[in-house]
Design a protein around this ligand. Structure first.
Ligand code: FES
Length: 95
């Protein structure tokens, strides 16, 4: 799905750390947040550096976020209406 595709699905709300963003059904969390200008999805606990999308195919784990108390890969998880996404709590190791 192209970001500027005129045939995108209807806009829905997505919340990331309490802030509302517009997304479109069928997009991954990562794609929706990237289109909204979000580049950092978590902070590396060991290096204290921002982490975001990298491989976009579920291999690198850099896009790890929390949805409903579960860790999910933002690049592999489609958005749903009213979804609340949170930053992964610091674990002390880079995961
Ligand atoms: S961007 Fe690599 S697993 Fe999601």
């Amino acid at each position: 799905m192209r970001i500027h595709d005129p045939h995108r699905a209807a806009a829905i709300d997505l919340f990331f750390d309490g802030k509302r963003y517009a997304a479109h059904a069928g997009e991954s969390i990562a794609a929706a947040l990237f289109a909204a200008g979000v580049r950092s999805l978590r902070v590396s606990p060991r290096l204290n550096q921002p982490r975001g999308m990298f491989c976009l195919m579920g291999s690198c784990q850099e896009c790890l976020v929390m949805v409903d108390g579960r860790r999910v890969l933002a690049c592999q998880t489609p958005v749903v209406t009213g979804m609340h996404v949170e930053t992964v709590p610091e674990t002390g190791i880079d995961v």
